[in-house]
Design a protein around this ligand. Structure first.
Ligand code: ADP
Ligand code: MG
Length: 631
């Protein structure tokens, strides 16, 4: 990570820099010669052509090529016309310096863009280059693309995990900071699933791959960030369209200034003064160059996505930056989002069968589900689970599980499931999540389980309100008691309980309808059974996405770890980005407009024009790359 923040320069940039210096020196020499020796016109043209062409030969070539290819109106064209015009009018030093400054601006911009691209690839340090596979007793490095599912690969300490898999041998600590932005080493060992992109810090491990390379976490994330340019925000689209119409309009105006103004003067009986008006038209052209906007706005978004990425916040396109910045209501899912999703058994009540057998049935019924409840319950059995006893399973989203165990039909779930199956159940008087267990249609008692609120959840809600969010809402399929308790604990403004996944969509739609115009609603979930809600919200945020493809797919914004503080962080980052974008739009258009007026009435000269073009561009780009760092 030593490269972070350092500006590196490519060879081409170095060459351009040398060229700029050389032409500047040549220009000074020419100016000195011009001052002390009276030269004829042709000699002046010749000597000033030296710095001019040194600085700008490529601009001339590019604009010429543009004309041939029918793409006339670009910034090269503006610069070529303006400087050649200045030459024709005898403003030699101006012509050369416009070119030199223009090139300085271009070089600066290419360094800035290069820097933000590198920051993204720094985040993208997760790209694995090889996998170690054992062949004929020796380890060979192979292209991870060629590794099939179920292959055993070896990851040595210090290496990146190339492909998602399950550890079959060895113990180690993993560093997932490149994925999550958080440098919390995680201890792991045999039987655990590991994600590609993590760095294996300490021990040698063997893993059996569970995915192909292209479907592994690292590849997915890379793909996501690389495609983020496709989902353009309105501001970004606006600039592209703007540039398409703007340049021809400006050229037409300049032409009008150069032709109509002198003709009008003539008609009024004054002298036409062609060269004065043509010069003004040229100044007008230099001022009007729209590069400050065309470059700085996409750069701001790009730098924002890169900067957020290094913090473990993946934003899938600039359009979501815009939406995030307008978020007025944040809706949370409960389990796994504001709570840890790690349940402990708090008690077994009203049980007819033995407590141990009841727990065993529940654990077996849950053994094939990915729900946080299921995972926590299945832990009770640990490795002793004999899954062959389970012959049929069905997961009822938002209700529970049905399974056939030892030939008996077992149902494990909440009140709603019992009501649906027509089984009379005993309500629980304690706060917590209740799992009723019924075997062959008769009630066998319930298990009370409890989850804990994430320690940062309360802070996150407070920070959300601080950064302009007016409404925070929690939705859950759990019972009212638990919902109330959690809602109070974290301080959300509203909570709704007893919701099936489809009720959550409905609730979000209600909340969306209540939104003021221009305000946005964000839904935060784990992407497990809330994908429909994630896609219904203006912006869907999935958290704890590391290891869950479903979440990465379904969401617009992906938080790699499950820290709720990343939600206000994502909003703050987006707000900062939009502020910079609007600052740049206002500043660039304002300055240009003022200078265009001054140019048209003849107050601004070529030097003003150069500031209006290059100066504004440099300031706008500097402003944009502030997005790369987020404190
Ligand atoms: P949340 O809205 O808190 O994220 P879910 O919608 O995932 O929760 O689940 C809602 C309720 O449905 C849970 O509180 C639980 O009572 C029941 N439930 C869901 N999945 C299961 C399961 N696998 N086993 C038992 N109960 C479940
Ligand atoms: Mg859920």
């Amino acid at each position: 990570m030593s490269r972070k923040g350092k500006v590196t320069v490519t060879r081409k940039q170095k060459r351009n820099f040398a060229r700029i210096i050389a032409s500047a020196v040549l220009l000074v020499v020419c100016a000195a010669v011009d001052k002390y020796i009276a030269l004829p016109r042709w000699a002046l043209i010749l000597i000033y052509a030296l710095p001019y062409l040194t600085a700008g030969y490529d601009v001339l070539i590019k604009s010429f090529k543009g004309i041939i290819h029918g793409q006339v109106f670009d910034e090269n064209f503006l610069m070529a016309v303006a400087t050649i015009g200045a030459f024709v009018l005898g403003e030699y030093p101006e012509a050369a310096s416009v070119m030199i400054f223009y090139q300085t601006g271009e070089m600066f911009q290419s360094v800035a863009v290069g820097k933000s691209r590198r920051s993204i690839s720094e985040l993208m340090d997760i790209r694995p280059d090889y996998a170690n596979v054992e062949r004929d007793g020796t380890l060979v490095q192979v292209d991870p693309n060629e590794v099939e599912i179920g292959t055993e690969i070896v990851v040595k300490p210090g290496e990146k995990i190339p492909i998602d898999g399950v550890i079959t041998e060895g113990h180690t600590t993993l560093d997932a900071s490149a994925l999550t932005g958080e440098s919390m080493p995680v201890e792991t060992g045999e039987g655990s699933a590991v994600q590609s992109g993590c760095i294996n810090s300490t021990g040698l491990i063997k893993l059996r791959t569970t995915k192909v390379f292209g479907e592994s976490t690292a590849s997915k994330i890379l793909e996501l960030v690389e495609n983020s340019g496709a989902k353009k925000s309105r501001s970004e689209n606006f600039i592209t369209k703007f540039a398409r119409y703007y340049t021809p309009i400006v050229c037409a105006l300049a032409l009008a200034l150069a032709v109509i103004a002198p003709l009008a003067s003539m008609a009024l009986g004054m002298s036409a003064d062609w060269s004065k008006w043509i010069m003004r038209a040229l100044i007008f052209l230099v001022i009007s160059c729209p590069c400050a906007l065309v470059i700085s706005i996409p750069l701001s978004f790009f730098a924002c996505i890169g900067g957020a990425g290094t913090k473990g916040v993946l934003i899938k396109g600039s359009t979501y930056i815009e939406t995030l910045s307008k978020v007025d209501a944040v809706v949370f899912d409960k389990t796994g989002t504001v709570t840890k999703g790690v349940f402990e058994v708090a008690g077994v009540h009203h049980n007819v069968m033995e407590e141990e057998r009841l727990l065993e049935y529940a654990a077996l019924a849950e053994s094939s589900s990915n729900h946080p409840i299921a995972k926590s319950i299945a832990k009770i059995l640990g490795d002793n689970a004999d899954k062959s006893r389970v012959t049929e399973v069905e997961e009822l989203s938002g209700q529970g599980m049905r399974a056939v165990i030892d030939g008996k039909s077992v149902a494990v779930g909440n009140d709603r499931l019992m009501e649906k199956l027509g089984i009379e159940y005993k309500p629980c008087h304690k706060a917590g999540t209740v799992l009723h267990v019924a075997v062959d249609g008769s009630y066998e008692g319930h298990i009370l389980i409890s989850d804990v609120v994430k320690p940062q959840a309360k802070r996150a809600v407070t920070e959300l309100h601080e950064c302009g969010v007016n409404q925070t809402v929690m939705l859950t399929g759990d019972n009212a008691k638990t919902a109330e308790y959690v809602a109070k604990e974290i301080g959300v403004s509203k909570a709704y309980s007893h919701l099936m996944p489809e009720d959550k969509v409905e609730k979000v739609e209600e909340l969306l309808a209540e939104q003021k115009k221009g305000a946005a609603l964000a839904f935060v979930g784990d992407g497990l059974n809330d994908a429909p809600v994630l896609s219904r919200a203006d912006v869907g945020i999935a958290m704890g996405a590391l290891g869950s493809d479903a979440a990465i797919e379904a969401a617009d914004v992906v938080l790699m770890d499950d820290d709720p503080l990343k939600i206000p962080l994502a909003i703050r980052i987006s707000k900062k980005c939009m502020r910079i974008v609007y600052e740049n739009i206002g500043f660039a258009i304002g300055v240009k407009f003022a200078f265009l007026l001054l140019g048209a009435i003849g107050v601004a000269n070529m030097w003003f024009a150069i500031f209006a073009d290059v100066g504004v561009m440099i300031i706008a780009v500097l402003n944009a790359i502030r997005m790369l760092s987020n404190k």
